[in-house]
Write a protein that binds this ligand. Sequence first.
Ligand code: HEC
Length: 480
Amino acid sequence: MELFLKIVSPIQSYDFQTFSHNLLLTLPASILIGVILFFVLGAFVGFKSKEQRIYIVGATTIVISFTAAFYNLGVPLETLISVYTEWLHLIVRWVHIVVGVAWIGTSFYFNWLDSRLERDDPDFKHLDGYLWSVHSGGFYRIEKLKGPPKSLPKVLHWFKWEAYATWISGFVLLILVYYLNASSMMLGGSGIELTPLQAIIISIGLLIGSWILYDYLCKNALKNNEQILIGIGFLLFVILSYFLTQIYGSRAAYIHVGAIIGTIMAANVFRVIIPAQRNLVTSAENKVTPNLNLSIEAKNRSIHNNYFTLPVLFIMISSHFSFTYGAVNNWLILAFISIAGILTRHYFNLRNKKQYKFWILPSAGLIMFFLMTLSSLSVFEKKDVDAAISLELVSFNEVENIIKYRCATCHAKNPTFEGIEAAPKGVVYDTAQDIINNIKLIKAQAVDAEIMPPNNLTGITKNERETLRVWIEQGAKTNN
Ligand code: HEC
């Protein structure tokens, strides 16, 4: 226990006796809350089992009593909340990735399955198709029926929770990372200035509004015109990306494009695909013909989702690549990368239909290459911003001062910036060595992409960024 406390306690001079004393004091209240929770949970359908309720209540009691004991030990509530939020962020992101992998995995799998079914076997004319596969220790034979089965099986798997869980965890992430830190994580658009509350309201409005517009276009306006739908859909996507970079900071803008498409994908499952499947199942139960229109619409939405996956997955990893979201024309970069992703998906979809249009892949590759060269051009252009500075040797003292006042208020072992409890991403600039060790990241985040400080909260000037750049170019010496 003592060792455990030493490891987890955020303060060094903990006192084991006080801690256990506190823990004992807080236990009765925590247990009381747990007992109340036990009965409250009993009211929900999902928690009828006594065992489940006891586990949840036990875990909650431990959480409450430990939190209270740490609080009594002198760890401020703000620290506890901010550390808990960070961990919650970790857990939710982990869940989001896992369920997202499961969702996209099943979606890719069924697409592939449909394309590989053996449909021409004369001995199996009663089937739509079948397929043999071997995987981890067994042979599998999958059959696709032409219509519904004569009687429905007892257990029928649906594949819907992957989609819902991905959306729910994604929305919780949006709250944890962006809504709760709106002023640093959301604001900073290059056009319109917003307050944090406005930024959050617009975000929620866009998530809902985009789905309504998309659904309307698919159902009514452009119902029978797939090509125009794709064209207008992509145009709206580009306008949306541009608009978002005008109102939000660049990272938030990218993530919102992803969140909006992700919402459309999940809503496609919830509002169109699953209802169509439900119709199939109830029709089979009642031995009536299913509503064919529902099935066709569901298939369309499923294809849309399939094409959305690559752009959305890029956006999810984009936060590791500041040269994309941090670039001047970040919305254009997003548009072109999305085209490359959609083309790649299209190539594989055609290949699954045994149409080999190989030219598509090199085209997608060329788009990426085109972006690479443009990207190097913008880095090159920056060098001419202020030629006057380049002539003088930049002193390290000057650099240290910029970092100290513009960065180290957050990026220090003990940050002084309000609301920052620990150095973000573990990036610390306390000493000269810290600065030297981090030169590449400083250049990427504060010089090339200009995304640090977030929303320029510490007011770094253009000239200061330029000074950093020139100092790095002059060899990043500490003895100037
Ligand atoms: C207001 C506080 C604040 C200031 C000031 C600030 N940063 Fe940051 N920094 C953050 C936060 C928050 C993150 C984490 C963002 C995220 O979640 O990816 C971060 C992340 C970083 C990262 C890691 C990026 C990554 O994805 O690995 C670097 C490098 C960085 N900042 C450099 C700087 C530099 C250089 C400056 C000064 C020019 C600076 N920061 C000023 C808050 C700040």
